[in-house]
Ligand binder design. Structure first.
Ligand code: ZN
Length: 385
């Protein structure tokens, strides 16, 4: 995530339910009704194609915002939330096309699900399911709405995460496989849990109805109460399983996160050939001692930091000194400007670090992590192009 760059977590901006949001909620409601009617129709007729012409027309209208398309050869499932116009959507994805045109020797994501929303202030990429959630406009920590150009930079950063995972799959398959299996397990537990919770709510409602009836059936109430109790123990089991899986997944995520943020920022800086672009785009009014400002400074590749005393652990900030090193020593060199190799070498330096570090080893200090990455970068860039 690019917006979660603050050292201290800021309260999330919420939108008052204005007309546009109400419209969005109506659409979500329509989508739900549509899904229900569609599945009922498909089941009753044995076909996924509605026979009724008016329902068919309505179905086409309801799915107008959901299209399957391609973007530079990447299959895209585009989910629009809100009322974005096609021209605004195209503009949002320009940097992705630009990045792909540069030729980076890196892997493209196998597919992307892009959820484009007018209302979210927090863009994010969800690995393994390849979901890229991007707002058309987002707000900075001071509540100011940013320009669409800023959104483009944020999309480029999130797309950098997508490239990071796609390339990790090829260059460090064992790490990727383990992490993706654990992630899938967590998703599965989440689905089971929400299924149980939904059934519990249903039972509670039924119990209320039986109780309120003129002749409440004791037998029915006992039956429902027994099912509810059984579900409660299944829920406890699922929560235990979730805790264990989280404990296993956590160290992988923790190890990878600073490298992922470092790489996603490097992709943006290389694509725009501008070491300060992230800081400039995300800057906001406030005092220079604001923790968020310190975080932003660490993402400015033109700023040199004192390595020995570097002790910021937040993933966006941790590799601040390495950001300066990678720009100052390598990416800014004119002979490397238009070559596809630099980003690939940066990635290989990260992989060599991931391979050298044991997942269960005691954590290293932020200064040491930077020192090690700088050395790995030096090894990679020493090789002739
Ligand atoms: Zn990020």
């Amino acid at each position: 995530m690019i917006a979660r760059l603050r050292l201290a977590r800021q309260p999330q901006v919420t939108f008052p339910p204005g007309n546009a949001e109400k419209k969005w909620m109506n659409r979500r409601l329509s989508a739900l009704i549509f899904a229900f009617l569609f599945s009922a129709l498909a089941t009753s007729s044995g076909s996924a194609e509605p026979k009724c012409p008016s329902l068919r027309r309505w179905l086409i209208a309801a799915t107008k915002n959901l299209k399957n398309q391609h973007l530079d050869g990447i299959p895209i499932k585009l989910v629009k939330e809100g009322d974005l116009k096609p021209a605004q959507m195209r503009k949002m994805f320009e940097p992705i096309s630009k990045l792909n045109r540069t030729g980076t020797h890196l892997e493209k994501p196998e597919f992307l699900e892009i959820v484009a929303s007018r209302f979210s202030d927090d863009p994010e990429f969800t690995p393994f399911v390849n979901r890229l959630r991007v707002p058309y406009r987002f707000k900075d920590p001071s509540g100011q709405t940013k320009s669409p150009k800023s959104t483009q930079v944020m999309i480029a950063h999130e797309y950098g995460h997508a490239v990071f995972y796609a390339t990790l799959k090829k260059r460090h398959p064992t790490f990727y496989k383990k992490m993706s299996e654990l992630h899938a397990k967590l998703r599965e537990i989440e689905q089971v849990t929400s299924g149980i919770e939904a059934r519990q709510r249903e039972i509670e409602k039924l119990l209320g109805e039986v109780e309120a009836s003129a002749t409440p059936s004791k037998e029915k109430m006992n039956e429902l109460a027994t099912e509810h109790a059984k579900l409660r123990s299944s829920l406890i089991q699922a929560s235990e399983k979730e805790k264990i899986t989280h404990a296993e997944y956590g160290p992988y995520k923790q190890l990878l996160a600073p490298y992922g943020e470092f790489f996603a920022d490097t992709v943006v800086v290389q694509a725009y050939r501008d070491p300060s672009i992230i800081r400039r785009v995300l800057d906001f009014p406030g005092t220079k001692n604001d923790p968020s400002k310190i975080a932003l400074r660490s993402r400015d590749f033109s700023v040199r930091h004192v390595l020995d005393s570097w002790d910021y652990e937040e993933p966006h900030v941790l590799l601040g000194p390495s950001r300066h090193e990678v720009w100052n020593r390598y990416l800014s060199q004119p002979e490397l400007a238009n070559r596809p190799e630099p980003l690939s070498r940066v990635f290989d330096a990260i992989v060599s670090e991931l391979k050298a570090r044991d997942i269960t080893a005691p954590p290293l200090s932020p200064a040491e992590l930077n020192r090690r990455l700088m050395k790995a970068l030096e090894n990679e860039f020493e090789r002739p192009l």
